[in-house]
Design a protein around this ligand. Structure first.
Ligand SMILES: NC(=O)c1ccc[n+]([C@@H]2O[C@H](COP(=O)([O-])OP(=O)(O)OC[C@H]3O[C@@H](n4cnc5c(N)ncnc54)[C@H](OP(=O)(O)O)[C@@H]3O)[C@@H](O)[C@H]2O)c1
Length: 295
């Protein structure tokens, strides 16, 4: 099955990365070759409006997934957002893909999954091993941080004049979701699929959280300082503003890993795949501040 005749399916299509991947895919192949997987029937309408077929399946339901994957040649498996249940859910997806005879899986993992100190990497390593054992040809899209992970907290940072964290002077090579979506589609639609390929995907430029706070301050025209603290203090602070303890711990752990360099990558694999420089983080910050001012 060639790239031009293959039937493609994107999981997590109701999510932010999934929707962008569908859009990127539609720039490469006709809508008749694109299937979107969602778990909630009410999520179908915006995708159907794009002309793609929508199938329903939850990562917890192997039978539904097997049915949804029928006739699919190339699958973009977007990792589940249900941290702690992901390894089991992804195994269901891989098992279902095997039963359905899917020809290729591209999986969204995490940057440097094999060596990453982040607790989030544990389940990705499990899924990478499941794929390697599946005998289905596959590629690993080891995504670095979305710039949007950090721009989401711009409003309180501007309000309080401080951006808290535990990342020290660790650098983050981020790119917006749209760049990762485009890269995923480049791998999925390649003429020649390379089984077992590993792509360490990250932005061309990186920032420390001090750089990030400075960029917010500049765009907002107000002072914003980076307030660095210990991992434990940051987790406690996040709990204090209402985050559930496991989420607070996961975010603080990710920052501690950032301090160790876990989210820095200078390979430029992402820009190579998309054939253009990645969108600079400072541009995404400036745009987010602009939108926040207008809100
Ligand atoms: N690289 C990074 O910086 C970064 C940051 C955050 C997350 N991630 C990972 O990247 C993935 C995509 O990111 P995103 O921003 O697009 O996340 P998102 O907007 O939260 O989308 C997650 C998608 O997964 C679907 N999903 C969750 N549980 C499912 C289940 N049990 N069965 C079937 N589908 C399920 C969601 O469906 P519903 O719409 O029904 O909820 C949604 O479509 C995340 O899920 C997470 O694994 C990466």
């Amino acid at each position: 099955m060639t790239a031009t005749t293959a039937k493609y399916l994107v999981t997590g299509a109701s999510g932010q990365l999934g929707a962008l991947a569908i859009d990127a895919l539609l720039k490469k192949v006709p809508a008749s070759q694109v299937v979107a997987l969602v778990r909630r029937a009410e999520a179908a309408a915006p995708l159907e409006a794009k002309g793609v077929e929508v199938r329903i399946g939850d990562y917890t339901d192997v039978a539904a997934l097997e049915k949804a994957f029928a006739g699919i040649d190339r699958l973009l498996l977007i990792s589940s957002s249900e941290v702690g249940q992901r390894a089991a859910q992804h195994k269901n997806a891989v098992d279902a893909a095997k039963k359905a005879g899917v020809g290729f899986i591209a999986y969204t993992s995490i940057l440097h999954a094999d060596t990453s100190p982040l607790s989030l990497a544990v389940e990705h390593r499990e899924t990478e091993a499941q794929l390697a054992a599946s005998a289905i040809p596959y590629a690993l899209l080891r995504n670095g941080w979305y710039t949007e992970n950090k721009t989401g907290s711009i409003a309180p940072a501007v309000e309080h004049g401080a951006y808290p964290g535990a990342a020290g002077d660790g650098r983050i090579s981020s790119a917006p979701r749209a760049d990762y979506a485009e890269a995923a589609v480049a791998v999925l639609t390649a003429d020649t699929l390379e089984n077992g390929a590993v792509y360490e995907l990250a932005g061309d430029t990186s920032f420390s959280m001090q750089d990030f706070a400075d960029a917010i301050a500049q765009a907002a025209g107000k002072p914003v300082a980076y307030a660095d603290m210990s991992e434990a203090d940051y987790a406690a602070m996040l709990e204090g503003v209402g985050l559930p303890a496991p989420i607070a711990a996961m975010l603080a752990d990710s920052d501690a890993g950032t301090a160790k360099g876990a989210l820095e990558d200078n390979s430029k694999t992402l820009s190579d795949l998309i054939g253009r420089p990645t969108t600079p983080w400072s541009e995404t910050v400036a745009e987010a501040v602009k939108q926040q001012k207008a809100a």
